[in-house]
Design a protein. Structure first.
Length: 514
């Protein structure tokens, strides 16, 4: 493995050699716990060095790192932990409370290790300093790692991280990918070289949470191939510009929400920093409004690229900034070993310009399965292709344009949110007869959650009471930005709510549907 020169994750940089050594020490400690090929290491961590150390250690042993969304509620974490049954759980100290309950209730005797929450993370998230300290009696990650000798065994064929994504039912599913064969590894390497742009001279910054697929991939690629990796504690628009200048960043991973926040800065702040070092900016994780994309290209030039894909299928298309200017609104053409088709309801390819279901297969990517849910794979299978859940069309040159979603999904700030989960919580509230949850346009996040609620006769519901009830059951990023009460909801003759009629008015003036 090529070792990067430095990781900057706070005031004290870590050399790439030190990171690699700590990863090998962690691997030896994990091996002593009996962890090996196919086992799972759960990580409830913000962007911090222990995230990288534990992931690299797990991959050295052929085990799966399982990044957990630290925005999730206790119940949501319990579900994932119960499903993946990790052999080790590593958690930041300030997030320890819910994971201790999870450990005692669901994951039995799996060792629990605690990493001290760094001061810069506590400042960024306004965490009480006492909460960031490792409690007495807990196994402290850094000391535990330092006590291990480096693992000198040859690395096992490395699997991808096991990322949890949601299904149409709203229940998370763990996407477990096989280790790549030599042929697949070569194709994947070529594809990732194209998509990431990262080479040995790259100075990379990733400000998005590493529990998401794309930033996880980008940061780990930087560890293996770049010169420098900068992991800010939290995204801040002006601080990002300052970091680009200070560290002479060449490669940046972003999501569309970050672009909106950057563009919202006063002109004087935007022009204050020297950004001339930037040469490759990659965004993914959700649609970027055309006006936002064009504004970023006007500001930074045609170095703003994007890729489109799914956790299951991997990267499918890639679109350079120059290609986007020639094909506005496109997410690009098939990349690497990906094969892209648009199918009609009968599963037949449609001609260019006609909307259908976007499907792909990636010969350069190892196959995947859903942990503990092998039958769920069939829901996405379209012959030899896997459905992405999106609707779109291809032009005559093979460029893909997304038009809508076939599955009932909201992507807000690059995060997948499933209305079915929120609707189930709403329907459990006393006085709610029925409801419909869907996405509405949001300049910063791409989409926001909206809920239309039909009260039972004689029940006095309010937006405030519903919001309070939801806060107790859902993570903050899933809470509706808009709650509206209506006496009746539009329905089909079968009784099914016509959600499209509720959703369309909010999108009518935007020129887009996602």
């Amino acid at each position: 493995m090529a070792v990067l020169q430095q990781v900057i994750n706070g005031p004290t940089p870590c050399s790439g050699a030190a990171l690699q050594l700590r990863a090998l020490r962690a691997a030896r400690g994990m091996a002593r716990l009996g962890i090996g090929r196919g086992d799972r290491i759960a990580l409830l961590l913000r962007n911090d060095l222990p995230f990288l150390e534990a992931t690299l250690a797990a991959q050295h042993l052929g085990a799966y790192a399982v990044p957990l969304n630290w925005h999730a509620t206790v119940d949501e974490l319990l579900y994932v932990l119960d499903d993946c049954r990790p052999q080790l759980l590593l958690v930041h100290a300030d997030l320890l409370g819910p994971t201790l309950r999870a450990r005692s209730e669901r994951i039995g005797a799996a060792p629990l290790l605690v990493a001290a929450t760094p001061p810069e993370v506590m400042r960024a998230y306004r965490i009480d300093p006492i909460a960031g300290e490792v409690p007495p009696g807990a196994i402290e990650w850094s000391n535990w790692v330092a006590a291990q000798p480096p693992d000198d065994s040859p690395p096992v064929a490395t699997p991808e991280s096991l990322i949890y994504t949601s299904g149409t039912s709203g229940k998370p599913k763990g996407v477990r990918r096989d280790a790549a064969t030599a042929e697949q590894g070569a194709l994947t390497e070529h594809m990732r070289c194209t998509v990431s742009g990262i080479d040995a001279s790259a100075r990379v910054l990733v400000a998005a949470p590493l529990y998401h697929t794309a930033p996880n991939m980008y940061a780990l690629r930087a560890v293996r191939h770049a010169q420098l990796l900068v992991l800010p504690a939290r995204f801040d628009a002006e601080a990002l510009l300052a970091d680009i200048e200070r560290h002479r960043i060449t490669h940046l991973y972003a999501v569309a929400t970050m672009f909106s926040r950057l563009l919202a800065l006063p002109e004087a702040q935007r022009r204050r920093h020297d950004l001339s070092s930037l040469r490759f900016v990659l965004h993914a994780g959700g649609p970027c409004a055309p006006e936002i994309k064009r504004a970023m290209l006007d500001w930074w030039g045609p170095i703003v690229h994007e890729y489109y894909g799914s956790t299951e299928a991997g990267p499918i298309t890639f679109c350079t900034g120059a290609e986007w200017l020639e094909h506005p609104g496109s997410v690009g053409r098939a990349v690497g070993g990906a094969h892209l088709v648009v199918l009609d309801e009968a599963g037949k390819p449609v001609p260019p310009g006609q909307i259908g279901e976007v499907c792909a297969r990636n010969t350069g990517y190892p196959d995947f399965s859903y942990l503990n849910q092998p039958e769920a794979r069939a829901e996405l299978q379209r012959g030899e292709f896997v459905a992405t859940g999106d609707l779109g069309w291809l032009d005559d040159d093979g460029y893909l344009y997304l038009s809508d979603r076939k599955k009932d999904l909201i992507i807000s700030g690059g995060v997948n949110i499933y209305p079915a989960e929120i609707e189930a919580v709403l329907l459990a509230i006393d006085g709610v007869a029925d409801c419909a949850v869907f996405g509405i346009p949001d300049r910063d996040f791409g989409e926001a959650v909206a809920a239309i609620v039909q009260p039972m006769p004689g029940h006095a519901l309010s937006e405030t009471s519903l919001c309070d009830a939801l806060k107790a059951r859902l993570a903050a990023f899933k809470l509706p930005r808009l709650i509206e009460l209506r006496e009746a909801l539009p329905r089909e003759e079968s009784g099914k709510i016509r959600k499209r009629l509720l959703r369309e008015p909010y999108w009518a003036e935007t020129g887009r549907k996602i």
